[in-house]
Design a protein around this ligand. Structure first.
Ligand code: ADP
Length: 223
């Protein structure tokens, strides 16, 4: 199973792909996290990517693609994975298709599209900044008004067309209303994943075996 969690900045992609990953016992790969980890390491790739990210601009495809290609070739991805924040350009989608083909004729199973209104996106990002400050943490460097507006623009210009490209290639897309409470969205994400063939019974069995059925986020009850 290879799922793409699709949505605008602050739509809840990270939260819901994380929960799905836990429930299905397959890794969640966030390109934002991969890039931030690379930046933290101080590698040349990370430094270049960071200069784009802080402005709210997409990192160059060649950097993102090299990180994703290495990550999805790892052993823990063999049974499937969830992509959070990738692909974000039509070129990334096409490169992903090629990577999957050479990795054993694999394909994206489907796309779960989180639909959240612009007002809600803005209110969530502001809430995240306030929560970070209240907790004594420094907000993400791209969580400021100028960078956030630019992230929304980049999403409309580069990322929204990726959905059309999947549609044109006959890949199933399941829209989910992401405006409500976390648990409501989580339930809809679960239903969308089931429609795409996800087997939560088996995943639950596996999780029980590992003793990790309890979600780390008490606000979310996916299963
Ligand atoms: P959000 O979706 O809220 O913007 P992310 O952590 O997914 O948060 O992304 C943060 C930033 O990382 C993006 O604004 C962009 O600069 C960079 N980034 C993440 N994923 C990609 C990608 N697939 N392609 C290019 N840049 C990316």
């Amino acid at each position: 199973m290879i799922f793409v969690m699709f949505g605008a900045p602050a739509s809840g992609k990270g939260t819901h792909s994380g929960k799905l990953s836990e429930a299905l016992s397959i890794p969640c790969i966030s390109t934002g996290d991969l890039l931030r980890a690379e930046e933290k390491k101080g590698s040349p790739l990370g430094k270049i990517a960071g200069s784009y990210m802080k402005e709210g601009i997409l990192a160059p495809d060649w950097i993102v693609l090299s990180l994703v290609c290495a990550r999805i070739a790892e052993q823990d991805c063999a049974a499937g994975f969830i992509l959070d924040g990738f692909p974000r350009t039509v070129e990334q989608k096409e490169a992903l298709d090629k990577m999957l083909t050479v990795m054993g004729d694999k394909k994206v199973t489907g796309v779960i599209q989180l639909d959240v209104s612009r007002e809600e996106l803005i209110s969530r990002y502001q809430q995240r900044v306030n929560e970070d400050i209240a907790a004594g943490k420094t907000p993400r460097q791209d969580d400021n008004q100028q960078a956030f507006e630019r992230r929304l623009e980049q999403y409309a210009q580069w990322t929204a067309p990726v959905l059309d490209a999947y549609r044109a290639h006959g890949v199933e897309i399941h829209p989910v209303n992401g405006n409500g409470q976390k648990h409501e969205t989580a339930a809809s994400v679960k239903k969308a994943a089931e429609k795409l063939g996800a087997d939560f019974t088996t995943a639950m069995g596996r999780l029980r075996g590992q003793g990790s059925l309890v979600s780390k986020d008490p606000g979310i009850h996916l299963l």
